[in-house]
Design a protein around this ligand. Structure first.
Ligand SMILES: Cc1cc2nc3c(=O)[nH]c(=O)nc-3n(C[C@H](O)[C@H](O)[C@H](O)COP(=O)(O)OP(=O)(O)OC[C@H]3O[C@@H](n4cnc5c(N)ncnc54)[C@H](O)[C@@H]3O)c2cc1C
Ligand code: HEM
Length: 403
C-alpha cells in the first residue's frame, strides 16, 4: 500500500508522468542498454526494441500500476502483474535485476521531467517502483519454486526430433529432452521462451505457445515465418525456419504463461483465433482431448483459406475425439472446405453466424484488431469481461484486461 505521504504526491504528478511516460520509457531503455549491454544478449528481445513496443508496454504498466495505487489501493491490476511475472520468469529475470532497472528508470524520470522532480516527488515514485518490483519479485519467486527451478536453471537444451512443414510459412518443431532431468509439465495455454544464437553472436529470446499437450518427454511448438514487407524479416522465426533441423539442439525455458485453461469449472469453452493465433488453441484442445474431456467446446477460427490453417490435422483429430466439440471456420478467400468442419463462412469472423453456448468462458488469440472486434461483440452480448481471456503475441499494448 502506498504511504499517506506519497499518495498525494503521486496523485498530483501522475498527469505529468503519464504525459511523458513514453519518453521516459524510451530514455530508460537507451540508458539501460548503454550501462548494461549484456541485457541485450539473451534477455531482451531486440525486435520489440526496434519497433518500440516494449517501451510502450512498460510505460503502460507503470501508469496502470500507479493509477491503481491511487484510485483503488485495495485492488492491484492482477492480470497485468501475472502476465509480466510469467514473461519475466520465462526470461530468467532475477531479483538483483530490479536494482539495475530502478536506477535507470529513476534517472530517466529525472532527465525527462527535470526540476519537477523534487526530493519528495523522487521519493514517492521510488516507493511506487519498489511496491511494483517487490510484488513482481514475490510472484516470480513463487513461479520459479512451483516449477522447481532457479532463474539460472529455467532454460535447458532439447533436441529437435521432428520438423513438420505445416503450411507455406509455418513449421512445427517437436523436441525431445536431451538430459536426465525431470520434464516439468506444461499447463494448457502456456508458452516457452526459445533462445537462439544469431549470426552476430548475440542470443535472442522469443516466446512460442506450446501447440500440443506434453507427450512424456516431448514439447511441441509452431512458428510462423515473419516476412518484413519493407521492414527487416523477423530474425528468430527466419532462423528457426531456415537453419534449425532434426538433430539440432535448442535452448528452451520451462513452460510459463498466465493464460491457462480452467477446465475444472465445468463451463463451456469457446476458443476464437485467427492465423497463427491457432497455436495456443491447438495446445488447449490437445490437453482436453488427452484428458478425455466431456465439456462443450467450440473452436472458431479465421484464416486466408483451408491450406493456410496450421495444425489442421491435429486439431480435427482432437475435435473428433472430444464428444462435445465443434469447429467453425471463416476463410477470407471463400467458404470452401474439404475437411469435416461444422460450419464454413466466407470473410472475416462474425460470431453472430454461430450459436454460442450460454455461460461460456472465452479464449482469444490473433492480431489485436481481430481480438478487439471479437471482444467488443462479446461484451455487447453481455459476456462479462472476466470471462474473456486473450493472448497477445508480443508486448501487450492492448491492455484490455488491466482491471
Ligand atoms: C506469449 C507469446 C506466444 C507466442 N506464440 C507464438 C506462436 O505460437 N507462434 C509464432 O509463430 N509466434 C508466436 N509468438 C511471437 C514470437 O514470439 C515472435 O515474436 C515472432 O516469431 C517474431 O519473431 P522474429 O524474431 O522472427 O521477429 P523480430 O525480428 O522480432 O521482428 C518482429 C517485427 O519487428 C519488425 N522489425 C524488426 N526490426 C525492425 C527495425 N529495425 N525497424 C522496424 N521494424 C523492425 C519486423 O519486420 C517484424 O515485423 C508469441 C509471442 C508471445 C509473446
Ligand atoms: C517494477 C519493475 C518492472 C516492470 C513494471 C516491468 C514491466 C514489464 C512489462 C509490462 C513487460 C511486458 C510484458 C508483456 O506484455 O508481455 C515486461 C517484459 C520484460 N521485462 Fe520487465 N518490468 C520490470 C522489471 C524488469 C526487470 C528488473 C527486468 C530485468 C532486466 C525486466 C526485463 C524484462 C524483459 C526482458 C521483458 C520482455 C521484453 C520483450 O519481450 O521485449 N523487467 N516487463
Amino acid at each position: 500500500m502506498l504511504s499517506d505521504k506519497s499518495r498525494p504526491v503521486i496523485e498530483a504528478t501522475l498527469p505529468v508522468v503519464g504525459a511523458h511516460i513514453k519518453e521516459i520509457a524510451e530514455r530508460f531503455y537507451r540508458d539501460l542498454f548503454t550501462t548494461h549491454p549484456e541485457l541485450l544478449d539473451g534477455t531482451f528481445n531486440r525486435g520489440n526494441q526496434a519497433q518500440g513496443t516494449q517501451s510502450l508496454a512498460l510505460a503502460g504498466s507503470v501508469a496502470a500500476f500507479a493509477t491503481a495505487l491511487v484510485k483503488t489501493p485495495g485492488h492491484l491490476p492482477e492480470n497485468l502483474l501475472a502476465r509480466v511475472a510469467h514473461k519475466h520468469a520465462s526470461l530468467s529475470i532475477q531479483p538483483e535485476h530490479y536494482k539495475i532497472v530502478h536506477d535507470n528508470l529513476m534517472s530517466a524520470i529525472g532527465e525527462v521531467l527535470g526540476d519537477a522532480v523534487t526530493p519528495d516527488v523522487a521519493a514517492a515514485w521510488d516507493e511506487v517502483y519498489w511496491l511494483m518490483a517487490y510484488t513482481l519479485i514475490h510472484v516470480e519467486r513463487g513461479l520459479y519454486s512451483a516449477r522447481g527451478v532457479r532463474p539460472q536453471t529455467v532454460r535447458r537444451k532439447w533436441e529437435v526430433e521432428k520438423k513438420i512443414q505445416e503450411t507455406d510459412d509455418v513449421v512445427t518443431f517437436v523436441l525431445k529432452r536431451s538430459d536426465d532431468r525431470i520434464v516439468k509439465p506444461s499447463l494448457p495455454g502456456q508458452y516457452i521462451t526459445v533462445e537462439v544464437r544469431m549470426p552476430d553472436g548475440t542470443r535472442q529470446p522469443r516466446q512460442y505457445s506450446l501447440s500440443r499437450a506434453d507427450q512424456g518427454q516431448q514439447r511441441q511448438f509452431t512458428v510462423k515465418r515473419v516476412y518484413g514487407g519493407g521492414k527487416p524479416d523477423g530474425e528468430v522465426s527466419t532462423l528457426l525456419h531456415t537453419t534449425v533441423n532434426v538433430g539440432d539442439v535448442l535452448t528452451i525455458s520451462v513452460p510459463y504463461g498466465a493464460l491457462v485453461l480452467d477446465d475444472y469449472s465445468g463451463r463451456p469453452m469457446v476458443f476464437a483465433s485467427a492465423g497463427i493465433g491457432i497455436t495456443p488453441m491447438a495446445g488447449m484442445l490437445s490437453h482436453l482431448a488427452a484428458a478425455g474431456s466431456h465439456l462443450q467446446i467450440m473452436l472458431l477460427h479465421a484464416d486466408h483459406n483451408e491450406e493456410s490453417v496450421a495444425l489442421r490435422g491435429q486439431i480435427l483429430d482432437d475435435i473428433s475425439t472430444l464428444p462435445n466439440a465443434s469447429i467453425y471456420v471463416w476463410y477470407e478467400q471463400g467458404a470452401a472446405s474439404r475437411f469435416p468442419v461444422h460450419g464454413v463462412f466466407a470473410g472475416r469472423m462474425d460470431i453472430s453466424q454461430v450459436r454460442l453456448p450460454d455461460n461460456a468462458s472465452y479464449h482469444l488469440c490473433g492480431p489485436i484488431p481481430f481480438m478487439h472486434a471479437i471482444r467488443n461483440d462479446l461484451l455487447k452480448r453481455a459476456v462479462p469481461p472476466r470471462d474473456i481471456q486473450y493472448e497477445v503475441f508480443g508486448p501487450d499494448l492492448w491492455q484490455a484486461d488491466y482491471d
